[in-house]
Design a protein. Structure first.
Length: 64
């Protein structure tokens, strides 16, 4: 797989993580109780961490 292919895959992954993040943030704001808010917050946190990993991977294949 070429570096360009890797960058394209990481771009697609990051886009999907952005969708997950947006929906999790919406769920977090609409949560009706503390348990729902906590679960949504965990998804938000995990999506942000995954986006950071994606960013690190992009840097290793030369996309800044």
């Amino acid at each position: 797989m070429t570096g360009e292919d890797q960058r394209a895959l990481l771009h697609r992954l990051n886009n999907q993580l952005g969708v997950i993040l947006a929906h999790a943030e919406l769920l977090e704001t609409k949560a009706q109780d503390a348990a729902q808010k906590a679960r949504a917050s965990q998804v938000v946190s995990a999506a942000l961490q995954a986006m950071a990993v994606s960013r690190e991977l992009r840097e290793t294949v030369g996309e800044k």
